[in-house]
Design a protein around this ligand. Structure first.
Ligand SMILES: *Cc1c(COP(=O)(O)O)cnc(C)c1O
Length: 360
C-alpha cells in the first residue's frame, strides 16, 4: 500500500532502494508479530528473509520449483551420470488430500508428480503416514524431495501435524513448505501461536495478508530460511543488468525526448547511435574502444548526477539512455547530455569543463 502510494518504480534495487527496504522492514515486522524463528528474519543477519509474492498459489509453485532445482543439483553432485530429465521423472512430492488445489496445480505446471496422502479423523496429515509414503517411494526408485504441510486447510480448516512432518523432512532431507495462507494471520494472537509450533522445521512458510489482514488481494508473504535457495534457481543476468542483477521493464513514455537526445548524440562526431531509436531507449556509444566507453560510464557514475546502464548487443558494448521520468523535460535531456560530454572530455582529454559551459 505504501509503495503504491509513493508511486515508486521498484523493478530493481538500484531503481528505488526504498522499495526494497520497505519490503524488508515490513516482512521482518510481520515475522516478528508471528514470532517466527530468527532464521526467517533479515534482522538476524542470517541467510533467511521474507518476500512479497502475488498469491499463495504462486508462492507454492516458486517453492516447488526451487526445491526441484536444489534436489537436481544435489543429486547430480553425487552422480554426474544422471540427466535432468532422468531425475525429474523420479522426483515426487507430498501433501495431504486436504491441501489447497494450488499444491497439485504447481505439479502440473512444473511437470512434477504429487502424491496426496490420506489424513486422520481430524483431516490432519501425520508424520508416520508421510514416512511410510517416502519409504514406499524410495523402494520403487523414486526421489522424494518436497513436502507441503497445511495449517488451516481451505476445505475443513484442518491443521497438519507440522512438528512430526518437520521431523520427517529433516531426517529425510526434504524441503518443507508450510501453507498457512488463511490461518497464518491468526497466529499473531498469543492464544493461537501454538498452531505454529514446528514452523522452525520449515524451509519456506507462507501467509496471505489478503485473507485476514484487510489487505487488498493479491498479496502473499513468503519467508525462506535460506534466500540462496530461491535466488540461485532464478538467477539470470542479461547484459543490461550486469551491474546490479535486477529486473528491467519496457518503457513506452517520452518518445520525442528520446529523439531529442538521439539528435544530440548524432551531432557529436565522437559518438554513435548503436540501434534505431523507436521508443524511450537510446543505445549509444563513444566511437572508441569498449574500455573508453566503460571508463566514461565510470566517470558519469562517480559524478552521481545521472544514472546510465551499459549493456551488450551481440558483442558490442553500448550505453543505454532511458527517458522514463514523468516530469522529464527538454532541459533535463540537455543536463544529461552535458554530464555525458564532461565525462567524454575527461576520457578523450579534448575540452575542459569551462568550454562546455559556454556551449550550453
Ligand atoms: C486461500 C488459500 C490458498 C490460495 O490462495 P491464492 O492466494 O488465491 O493462491 C492456498 N492455500 C490455502 C490454505 C488457502 O487458504
Amino acid at each position: 500500500m505504501l509503495s503504491g502510494a509513493f508511486g515508486i518504480i521498484g523493478f530493481s534495487w538500484s531503481a528505488c532502494p526504498v522499495s526494497t527496504d520497505l519490503e524488508i522492514i515490513m516482512l521482518d515486522w510481520l515475522g516478528k508479530m508471528l514470532q517466527l524463528p530468527q532464521d526467517f528474519l533479515f534482522s538476524s543477519n542470517g541467510k533467511g528473509g521474507g518476500v512479497i509474492q502475488g498469491s499463495a498459489s504462486e508462492s507454492t509453485l516458486l517453492a516447488l520449483i526451487c526445491a526441484r532445482e536444489k534436489a537436481i543439483s544435489s543429486f547430480q553432485a553425487i552422480d554426474k551420470g544422471w540427466s535432468r530429465s532422468m531425475i525429474m521423472n523420479k522426483l515426487v512430492y507430498y501433501a495431504s488430500t486436504e491441501a489447497h488445489s494450488s499444491v497439485e496445480k504447481a505439479g502440473l505446471l512444473s511437470g512434477l508428480t504429487c502424491h496426496l496422502l490420506p489424513t486422520d479423523a481430524a483431516f490432519s496429515l501425520e508424520g508416520d503416514v508421510l514416512q511410510a509414503a517416502i519409504d514406499k517411494d524410495r523402494t520403487q526408485g523414486k526421489i522424494p524431495f518436497f513436502v507441503v504441510g497445511t495449517l488451516g486447510s481451505t476445505n475443513s480448516c484442518a491443521f497438519d501435524n507440522i512438528e512430526k512432518l518437520g521431523e520427517v523432512c529433516k531426517k529425510e532431507n526434504l524441503w518443507f513448505h508450510i501453507d498457512a495462507a488463511y490461518a497464518g494471520a491468526a497466529c499473531i494472537c498469543p492464544e493461537f501461536r501454538y498452531l505454529l509450533n514446528g514452523v522452525e522445521y520449515a524451509d519456506s512458510f507462507i501467509l496471505c495478508p489478503s485473507k485476514w489482514m484487510l489487505v487488498n488481494y493479491d498479496c502473499c508473504a513468503m519467508w525462506i530460511k535460506d534466500r540462496e535457495d530461491i535466488v540461485k534457481p532464478c538467477y539470470i543476468t542479461p547484459a543490461y543488468l550486469n551491474e546490479d542483477v535486477q529486473e528491467q521493464t519496457v518503457d513506452y513514455r517520452h518518445i520525442s525526448l528520446a529523439h531529442e537526445f538521439e539528435n544530440l548524440v548524432r551531432n557529436d562526431h565522437r559518438f554513435e547511435i548503436a540501434l534505431p531509436v523507436v521508443l524511450g531507449v537510446v543505445c549509444f556509444r563513444l566511437k572508441g574502444s569498449d574500455t573508453q566507453n566503460e571508463e566514461m560510464l565510470r566517470v558519469i557514475r562517480e559524478r552521481g548526477n545521472i544514472a546510465l546502464k551499459s549493456s551488450r548487443i551481440r558483442s558490442l558494448y553500448i550505453i543505454r539512455f532511458v527517458v522514463c521520468g514523468k516530469d522529464t523535460e527538454s532541459e533535463d535531456i540537455l543536463f544529461a547530455w552535458r554530464e555525458i560530454c564532461l565525462a567524454a572530455n575527461k576520457i578523450l582529454n579534448s575540452k575542459d569543463e569551462a568550454d562546455l559551459r559556454e556551449q550550453f
